[in-house]
Design a protein around this ligand. Structure first.
Ligand SMILES: Cc1ncc(COP(=O)(O)O)c(C=O)c1O
Length: 372
């Protein structure tokens, strides 16, 4: 075998990440991540894990004991949520209003669920009345919803949904990948039983971890299983014994990623969670106003728009891909294209975590003005 030529030292172009994620990390996070690695059972590291769990409870707004960060991206959180509570034959009802609803369907099917689907056009969400009717019809063991559908930019309200699920003895499973840290989320108040997110969006870390939380009701369903969790790596029976007593080795934790997450969460405590949500909302509104002034149209009705992710319709006659390439080449700004049904129809603009700042909004608007 021939030896490859010596690679040049790694340099990364100075991109401003204003797409669907990842977002740029606060330098404090990057600096925390560059600290030396430590043993995953070192008493110092175990203490830090406790701290992370407390900080995560704050951003999830929950008292759930089982709250931790999964070693893996948002999809690992999705996988963990389903793997632990779905037993073969369980009826799982999924609300599909975009690309990530379909991913939930795909995963739940792989775990042997009897999957039932309700659909909404891409750009809309489900009303409580529609969810009530679907639950009464399908009598699911689990209802899966995407709180922030990154493919469409739609927020799915959750007020009243947990109550509805409890009335029908059903667990509420929520994808909060594009909401945690950037959009108000009240796990306990809303009666959410399982929720997962990612490190690289509202929390502003690099990708690699999936914050996760599980209610006592979901834990009970896990304990009553007659089959073992078919995914060893994500089995909460095992992970809970590493994140809590008896602190048993499970896997070699990505300690540097967790340093970064701890710093990101600490930044949110410093700012105040509500202030952080408000900052995301204010900067999104600045963006929406600016886009409107440029004659561009947002795909989603204002009331249900995500502050973290805005879908903008590509005007007729404009080559969407050429515009994104121009922004990248001339301004080092990354924005996203449409996904699935919205492919070629929208741009996706992210304002997440550290990147949700007025100067970024103004820079992007100016770049758009020039390119259009
Ligand atoms: C709503 C939603 N769910 C799940 C995922 C999957 O997360 P990841 O790509 O971090 O695995 C994403 C990714 O963007 C997402 O936006």
């Amino acid at each position: 075998m021939t030896t490859p030529s010596q690679p040049q030292p790694l340099t990364i172009p100075p991109r401003l990440l204003m797409g669907p994620g990842p977002s740029n990390a606060n330098p404090r996070i990057l600096s925390a991540m560059s600290l030396p690695a430590i043993g995953h059972l070192d008493p110092f590291y175990l203490e830090m894990m406790d701290e992370i769990q407390d900080l995560l409870r704050y951003v999830w707004q929950t008292e759930n004991k089982l709250t931790l960060s999964i070693s893996g991206t948002g999809s690992a959180g999705m996988e963990a949520s389903l793997a632990n509570v779905v037993e073969p034959g369980d009826v799982v009802l999924i609300g599909v209003m975009g690309y990530f609803g379909h991913r939930l369907v795909d995963m739940a099917t792989r775990y042997g669920a009897d999957v039932r689907i309700i659909n909404k056009p891409w750009g809309e969400n489900f009303s409580l009345a529609e969810l009530t009717e679907a639950i009464e019809t399908h009598k699911p063991a689990i209802l899966g919803l995407v709180n922030a559908e990154t493919s469409t930019g739609v927020r799915q309200p959750l007020e009243g949904v947990g109550e509805l699920c409890r009335k029908h003895n059903c667990l509420l499973l929520v994808d909060a990948v594009t909401s945690l840290g950037g959009v108000p989320f009240y796990a306990d108040q809303w009666g959410v039983d399982l929720a997962y997110s990612c490190s690289q969006k509202g929390l502003g870390c690099p990708p690699g971890l999936a914050p996760f939380t599980m209610s006592d009701r979901a834990w009970e369903k896990l304990q009553k299983r007659t089959t073992s969790v078919s995914n060893w790596y994500l089995d909460m029976n095992l992970l809970s014994q590493y994140w809590g007593e008896p602190r048993k080795y499970h896997h070699t934790a990505p300690c540097n990623m967790n340093y970064g997450l701890r710093e990101a969460l600490s930044l949110i405590v410093e700012e105040g969670l509500e202030n952080c949500w408000q900052r995301h909302q204010q900067n999104a509104e600045l963006l929406w106003e600016g886009l409107e002034k440029l004659g561009l149209v947002c795909h989603v009705e204002k009331q249900f728009r995500l502050p973290t992710l805005t879908t903008v319709r590509i005007p007729q006659g404009v080559n969407g891909k050429a515009v994104s390439s121009y922004l990248l080449k001339e301004y080092n700004i990354e924005i996203g294209g449409g996904l699935g049904e919205l492919g070629g129809k929208v741009w996706r603009i992210g304002l997440m975590g550290y990147n949700s700042r007025p100067e970024n909004v103004l820079l992007l608007l100016e770049a758009f003005r020039k390119v259009l």
